[in-house]
Design a protein. Structure first.
Lengths: 113, 112
């Protein structure tokens, strides 16, 4: 069964550094998402991406964040200058045409020191 | 604003007890409803979903949920829980073609 994959599984970085989190969505899916989950808290929507552009973003997704689909398979989340409060689990998800289920990747645990 | 509420933060049950986790959402109209489960140290997995049709939806592992439009609710149920059901359960809703929003989650602990 096809699945969403994410790399790395764990990223440790220093405050102020840039990080890029990578996701490979399911191949025939058209909508892509990033969510984050701070330890012990709920899953929060960050951004959705369709047709090579952002379709919706939350208040969390400020100028420090960007997303890109650099090729036909990868979908990346970049945090330009990480802050301590960016430490969280970041989940990528993808789906086909609506209505459809979003399928989640295993997540990348980001630790900012 | 669109929101999803899960009333129970932490539920503790003994094995074989029945389970019901509440989920309510704001606004009516067309909704797609989901329950995801997150086992300790693992990622989100879909338990069940409702798009249309029979409001009683059956999912994996013996879970079911009922969509009650008049109450804006989509409660998750299981007649007899097992120790292996210990996990975090998230209700999620999307309105029309909009993107999904999650509830705060309910931690379920099942005592053997």
């Amino acid at each position: 069964e096809p699945e969403v994959t994410q790399t790395p599984s764990h990223q440790v970085t220093q405050m102020g550094q840039e990080v890029i989190l990578r996701c490979v969505p399911i191949s025939n899916h058209l909508y892509f998402y990033w969510y984050r989950q701070i330890l012990g808290q709920k899953v929060e929507f960050l951004v959705s991406f369709y047709n090579n552009e952002i379709s919706e973003k939350s208040e969390i997704f400020d100028d420090q964040f960007s997303v890109e689909r650099p090729d036909g398979s990868n979908f990346t989340l970049k945090i330009r200058s990480t802050k301590l409060e960016d430490s969280a689990m970041y989940f990528c998800a993808s789906r086909g045409l609506a209505p459809d289920t979003q399928y989640f990747g295993p997540g990348t645990r980001l630790t900012v020191l | 604003a669109q929101s999803v509420s899960q009333h129970n933060h932490h539920v503790i049950l003994s094995e074989a007890a029945s389970l019901e986790l509440g989920c309510n959402y704001s606004y009516g109209g067309t909704v797609n409803l989901f329950w995801y489960v997150q086992y300790p140290g693992q990622h989100l997995q879909l338990l069940l979903k409702y798009f249309s049709g029979d409001p009683l939806v059956k999912g994996i592992k013996g879970f079911e949920a009922e969509f009650i439009k008049s109450k804006f609710s989509f409660n998750l149920r299981k007649p007899s829980v097992q120790w292996s059901d210990t996990a975090e359960y998230f209700c999620a809703v999307s309105w029309g073609n909009n993107d999904m929003r999650f509830g705060a989650g309910t931690r379920l602990t099942v005592k053997p």
